[in-house]
Design a binder for this molecule. Structure first.
Ligand SMILES: Nc1ncnc2c1ncn2[C@@H]1O[C@H](COP(=O)(O)OP(=O)(O)OP(=O)(O)O)[C@@H](O)[C@H]1O
Ligand SMILES: [Mg+2]
Length: 321
C-alpha cells in the first residue's frame, strides 16, 4: 500500500485516439498506412497513465460510452489504474491523427462524442463521493448534452468534500469553472488569453494574469507556454521552469503530463522549485517518449535535473493583492 495521497481523474468526453502513420497524405486517393495504433485517451485518462509512472495511486472516472467500455477497462487494468467510469449508451468518439512521417505533419480529425442523457451527472458525482479526500483532477472538454457549468458544479462539490481540485479545461466551460475557484489550474497561454479576451504579452503578461487569478482565490496557477516552459505561481513562491531540449516524438498530451507531474508533486508535498522540475520533466519526457509507448521514470528523473528553474520571488498569500 502506498501512503501517497490518492488521485482521481474525471474525464467526461473520453476518446479513442487512432494514430495512422503515412508516408504522405494524398487527398481523394487511397492511402496505405503503416502500423496503426488505437489507444484509449481523453485528458483525465492521459493524466492517470502518467501518474502511474510516478507511483501515485490513481483511479480514472467520468463518463464512458458503453460500446467501448471493455477496451478502456483493459487499458486501465494493465496500467494499474482504478476504473471508476460510469457508462452511458453509445460509442466513444474517435480522434484520428494522420501522421505524415516524412514531413512530420499531423492532421487531426476529431469526431463528436455520444450525447449525455439527462441526470447522468448525479451518477458521476455519486461515484466521486465514494472516494476519500485526495486530489480530484477535472480535465478536458464537455460532450454534447452537458451545459458549460458542468465542471463548475464538480469543482464546488469536490472542494466541499475536502479534495484538492485541479482543473484543466478550455473554451466556454473555463469561465464558470474558474469562478468556482479550483485549487489548481494549468491553462496554456492561448487558453488563458481566450478566457481574458486579450493577448498576454511575453512573460510579464503571464505573471500579471497569474497574480490576478491567485487574488481571486485560486491557490496554484500554472500557465504553460509550450517548449518555452511554464510559469508556476504556487503558495510558497513563483518560478519559471524551462524544459531541456529533447527530441520531439509528439506534443499530444504535453499538458496532461504536466498536470500529472503537478499532482505527483502535491502528493509528495514538494516546494515550488521541485514541483516545477517534476512537472516540467514529466511533460518533457512525454513529448520525447518512444513512439506508441510511455516514457519511463528514470528518464523523468534524469530530465528533472536538466530543467532550468528561475525564481521570480515570493508571493503574497492569496487574496492579498
Ligand atoms: N517541444 C517541447 N520540448 C520540451 N518540453 C515541452 C515541449 N512542448 C511542451 N513541453 C512541456 O510541456 C508543457 C506543457 O506544454 P503546452 O504548453 O504545449 O501544454 P498544452 O498546450 O496544455 O498541451 P496539450 O495539448 O497537451 O493540452 C510545457 O510547459 C513544457 O514544459
Ligand atoms: Mg492543455
Amino acid at each position: 500500500m502506498s501512503d501517497l495521497m490518492r488521485v482521481m481523474t474525471v474525464t467526461l468526453n473520453p476518446a479513442l485516439d487512432l494514430t495512422v502513420p503515412l508516408e504522405g497524405l494524398r487527398l481523394g486517393a487511397v492511402n496505405k498506412a503503416g502500423g496503426v495504433e488505437l489507444r484509449p485517451a481523453g485528458k483525465g485518462v492521459n493524466v492517470a497513465a502518467m501518474l502511474r509512472l510516478h507511483g501515485v495511486p490513481v483511479s480514472a472516472g467520468g463518463l464512458l460510452p458503453a460500446h467501448d467500455a471493455p477496451v478502456f477497462g483493459a487499458f486501465l487494468d494493465e496500467l494499474g489504474i482504478g476504473n471508476a467510469f460510469e457508462t452511458i449508451p453509445g460509442r466513444t468518439r474517435i480522434n484520428v491523427k494522420l501522421v505524415e512521417t516524412e514531413i512530420s505533419r499531423v492532421t487531426d480529425v476529431n469526431t463528436q462524442g455520444a450525447t449525455v442523457p439527462e441526470g447522468t451527472m448525479d451518477r458521476v458525482w455519486a461515484r466521486i463521493a465514494k472516494e476519500a479526500p485526495g486530489i480530484l483532477v477535472l480535465s478536458g472538454s464537455l460532450p454534447p448534452g452537458l451545459p458549460p457549468e458542468t465542471w463548475a458544479g464538480l469543482v464546488a462539490k469536490g472542494k466541499a468534500a475536502g479534495h484538492i481540485v485541479a482543473l484543466d479545461t478550455s473554451g466556454a466551460a473555463l469561465a464558470p469553472a474558474l469562478a468556482a475557484k479550483p485549487d489548481l489550474i494549468k491553462p496554456n497561454r492561448e487558453e488563458l488569453a481566450a478566457y481574458l479576451g486579450r493577448d498576454l504579452e511575453g512573460r510579464e503578461g503571464l505573471i500579471e494574469a497569474a497574480r490576478a487569478l491567485r487574488a481571486q482565490g485560486i491557490a496554484r496557477v500554472v500557465i504553460s507556454d509550450g517548449s518555452a516552459g511554464a510559469l508556476f505561481a504556487l503558495p510558497q513562491g513563483m518560478v519559471w521552469a524551462k524544459p531541456p531540449k529533447v527530441t520531439l516524438t509528439t506534443t499530444v498530451g504535453a499538458g496532461d503530463s504536466m498536470v500529472a507531474g503537478l499532482c505527483a508533486a502535491i502528493a509528495r508535498g514538494l516546494g515550488p522549485e521541485e514541483t516545477a522540475r517534476l512537472a516540467t520533466a514529466t511533460a518533457a519526457a512525454a513529448v520525447s517518449r518512444p513512439p506508441g509507448g510511455l516514457p519511463d521514470s528514470d528518464t523523468i528523473a534524469r530530465l528533472a535535473q536538466a530543467v532550468t528553474v528561475e525564481s521570480l520571488g515570493a508571493l503574497l498569500p492569496e487574496g492579498k493583492y
